[in-house]
Design a protein around this ligand. Structure first.
Ligand code: FE
Ligand code: FE
Ligand code: ZN
Length: 300
């Protein structure tokens, strides 16, 4: 199973990300090239990149399976302010260039939020923007993420995703997110049925990444709040079966579950759950003392 989590990309850039992933016993990972909420980015350091790739090789992490995530503030759907739309396009191009420098094959992108636009126009804005960006022939492929439909988010139904994929001129792929799918109204208890539906409308081969998250909210809630694996409304067994699905066997699984605090209710969240969540999934056994395990490990 190819499984990892979201990790940071700090002062050591990709090298720091690899070290963090290894601390979770992961064989892949996902990172942002800077803070997800802003567009401040440092130049990619070639030496750190080489060291990172070497460390990956030594530890059996295949660079092909490593994922980058674009920042949230890129919004290709809203063209009301043309300058902002252009900025999003330009930033996405820069991000793809950085991925190429790092040797990363996939960049996950939220399709965008319609804001004042009717959905069909917003979708067309996304297609137009992607067609401008893809003209430049980057090595790295964009993966559009399925969204929860919070606010005016686009990409909350398979029909919307199919429209996007059919109308972009070059290849883009898809990143599924189990929390988002649940919140968008797709029942993860019926995942096989969902995959058949996906295959009919889009094609299974387009799925290049799956975000494995539990959800704090119920089916069709349109909320998008991730829960720890087995501690939300989707549940451990359902998420485990998705991880084990034969059809997605070669697709990297990425956890984006929340950090935990000293209690489940604590406001300050400081401990990553990934070492223990990955272990649960690999062992196929739910840990009903997840919080205790994490706290005793990081306070050791
Ligand atoms: Fe995302
Ligand atoms: Fe996600
Ligand atoms: Zn989310």
């Amino acid at each position: 199973m190819i499984i990892g989590s979201h990790v940071s990309f700090g002062s050591e850039q990709l090298l720091g990300s690899v070290k963090e992933a290894l601390s979770y016993k992961a064989n892949t990972f996902m990172f942002y090239t800077g803070a997800p909420q802003n567009t401040l980015r440092k130049k990619i350091d070639e030496k750190l990149t080489k060291e990172a790739q070497k460390l990956m090789k030594e530890n059996g992490i295949n660079l092909q399976n490593v994922i980058c995530h674009a920042p949230y503030i890129i919004n290709l759907a809203n063209k009301k302010d043309e300058e902002k739309w252009d900025f999003s396009i330009h930033f996405l191009e820069q991000e793809l260039k950085r991925c190429d420098e790092l040797g990363i094959s996939y960049l996950v992108l939220h399709p965008g939020s319609a804001v004042g636009y009717p959905v069909n126009e917003a979708l067309q804005n996304i297609v137009d923007a992607l067609n401008i960006v893809l003209e430049k022939n980057y090595q790295c492929m964009i993966l559009l993420e399925t969204m929860a439909g919070k606010g005016t988010e686009c990409g909350k139904t398979l029909e919307e995703m199919a429209f996007l994929l059919k109308n972009v001129k070059k290849q883009v792929g898809v990143c599924l997110d189990t929390c988002h799918l649940n919140d968008a109204g797709y029942d993860m208890n019926r995942f096989m049925e969902f995959l058949e539906n996906f295959d009919r409308q889009i094609g299974l081969e387009k799925i290049k990444c799956v975000h494995i998250n539990d959800s704090k909210n119920s089916l069709d809630s349109h909320k998008d709040r991730h829960a720890n694996i087995g501690y939300g409304t989707i549940g451990f067994q359902v998420l485990l079966q998705i991880c084990l699905n034969e059809k997605l066997k070669d697709v990297p699984k990425i956890l984006e579950t929340p950090y935990v605090g000293d209690t489940w209710e604590a406001k300050e969240k400081k401990y990553p759950p990934y070492l223990f969540e990955i272990a649960m999934i690999r062992e196929g056994k739910f840990n009903d003392h997840l919080l205790d395990s994490i706290l005793s490990y990081y306070n050791k």
